[in-house]
Design a binder for this molecule. Structure first.
Ligand SMILES: Cc1cc2nc3c(=O)[nH]c(=O)nc-3n(C[C@H](O)[C@H](O)[C@H](O)COP(=O)(O)OP(=O)(O)OC[C@H]3O[C@@H](n4cnc5c(N)ncnc54)[C@H](O)[C@@H]3O)c2cc1C
Length: 441
């Protein structure tokens, strides 16, 4: 560990927890409930809130404190455009290749709906979370990636109100103080939040609406019982008419069917120390969220207030000691902004995400149990949307089926939920990124 890299009060907890730390809300576990929801992240809480707003009280089980999962650890970039992206380095997505252009457009329209669902929820529920429709810039890592963005921009604008536009290499300094990219695209229809404040605001609304919230209560098994289910937990057994599983990157063996369909992975972030507002805001003059077109991508932004940089990526694909990943992210940050050389890191943290084999998010039912999972690293808008949609489905109030409901959801023969292949796959993708870049130079 390079001590010079870190501030004296360096922490391996999310920067976001300074303003909105996890909370232990320990309502006693009732014996029965209309709906039991497993997982207290965006997915679980938005399901509970929509149910409660419609007069159905739910019980939310959370294995740790509320705020333990990815929902309070993410980059806070809110986008609907990552649907089905996969590690394609900006080219046509594997989903589009498999399902065709028309289906892809419908799914992208679902992504746009996810974004407007979140925006409407933030406004309606008055969720204080620094929500800004700031837009996003995606930097082209190679000239070939820039070429593919021409088509991407057209397809995004055809699918929804994305306001996507191209920026050449000569124009990119309007968006970012770097010459590192070969141009890029801006997407006006995306935004940013303070992710942990969003989660805690959702939690507060659930409390106000009388949702039962049981922290440190792990679901251990779900079995059929009459026309409902018995849910065995670390705090006892609860009987429910409906059960919803929203455990995403933290899905365990108790829901083996779902686990076999998810590839759990990790994402890592660093926060820099504070610097003067002028210096930091000059890095991203329009305060957009940032990402690049690499297969193993980086995403970054300014912290609310504009005095620090928050820089993320899949420095490693397994959950591990964030201290070991901080130098990797730091180097990647300096590739973009060499002018930050010497700035110290105040926080580095990680969290669990879940990929799917088709790179799509999914909701549906298995053996009568509802699930929503597979954020593929982009779930702020998507998981709140799938939570809302799952609640509407339970209430029989959905106007039309959600585009991500009951899609074919496949595993792979022999796969049990342990992604032994991840280091090989990520190493391969990182190598291809480096080769593409070297060729471009
Ligand atoms: C570092 C990082 C950066 C990211 N950046 C972005 C970004 O910028 N934009 C974006 O859109 N997305 C981003 N994501 C992804 C996003 O955070 C997730 O998609 C989203 O938070 C998933 O929400 P969720 O409610 O489904 O799951 P989570 O918030 O992970 O919640 C799942 C919860 O289930 C609980 N649980 C698991 N098993 C059990 C059990 N048996 N019993 C009870 N409880 C259980 C866990 O403790 C956990 O709290 C990022 C993720 C990470 C980790």
């Amino acid at each position: 560990m390079d001590a010079k890299l870190f501030t004296e009060d360096f922490k391996i907890t999310p920067y976001w927890w300074e303003a909105a730390p996890p909370r232990k809300i320990n309502d006693p576990l009732p014996e029965t409930a209309d709906v039991v929801i497993v997982g207290g992240g965006y997915a679980g809480l938005s399901t509970a809130l929509e149910l409660a707003r419609n007069g159905t009280k739910a019980v939310v089980l959370e294995a740790e404190d509320f705020g333990h999962g990815a929902s309070s650890r993410n980059g806070g970039g809110v986008s609907g455009t990552n649907v089905g992206k996969g590690p394609t380095a900006g080219a046509i997505s594997p989903v589009e290749k498999a399902l065709g252009k028309q289906r892809m457009q419908e799914l992208l329209a679902g992504g746009a709906e996810a974004l407007s669902n979140l925006e409407a929820m933030i406004e309606r529920e008055k969720l204080e979370c620094h929500w800004v429709r700031c837009g996003r810039f995606v930097g082209a890592y190679t000239p070939a990636h820039f070429d593919t963005m021409v088509e991407k921009v057209a397809s995004l604008n055809a699918a929804g109100d994305y306001g996507a536009a191209l920026l050449t290499k000569d124009e990119q300094r309007r968006e970012i103080a770097t010459d590192f990219y070969f141009g890029g695209m801006t997407i006006e229809g995306s935004g940013s939040v303070h992710p942990a404040m969003l989660q805690m605001a959702l939690l507060d609304r659930c409390i106000e609406q009388g949702v039962t919230l049981c922290a440190h209560t792990t679901m251990q098994a779900i079995s059929a019982e009459g026309d409902g289910h018995l849910v065995a937990t670390s705090a006892g057994i609860i009987k429910a008419r409906e059960v919803v599983v929203g455990t995403n990157g933290y899905t365990g063996k108790a829901t083996g069917w779902l686990r076999r369909r998810l590839i759990p992975a990790a994402s890592y972030m660093i926060a820099t120390e504070e610097r003067g507002e002028d210096e930091i805001k000059a890095l991203i003059p329009n305060t957009r969220t940032m990402a690049d077109s690499k297969r193993v991508l980086n995403y970054y932004r300014l912290a609310p207030g504009g005095r620090r940089v928050l820089f993320g990526g899949r420095a490693r694909l397994a959950l591990g000691d964030p201290r070991e990943c901080a130098p990797i992210l730091y180097r990647q940050m300096l590739d973009v902004w060499p002018q930050l050389e010497g700035i110290k890191v105040s926080h580095c943290w990680t969290g669990g995400i879940a990929f799917t084999f088709d790179f799509l998010p999914h909701m549906g039912r298995h053996n009568g149990v509802h699930f929503m999972a597979g954020c593929n690293g982009a779930g702020v808008a998507m998981m709140t949307y799938l939570g809302t949609q799952t609640a509407l489905k339970i209430l029989d109030k959905a106007n039309r089926p959600c585009p991500f409901d009951e899609l074919p959801f496949n595993s792979r023969p022999g796969y049990t939920g342990h992604p032994w292949f991840l280091p090989i796959v990520s190493g391969y993708y990182a190598l291809r990124d480096r080769m593409d870049r070297a060729r471009a130079a």
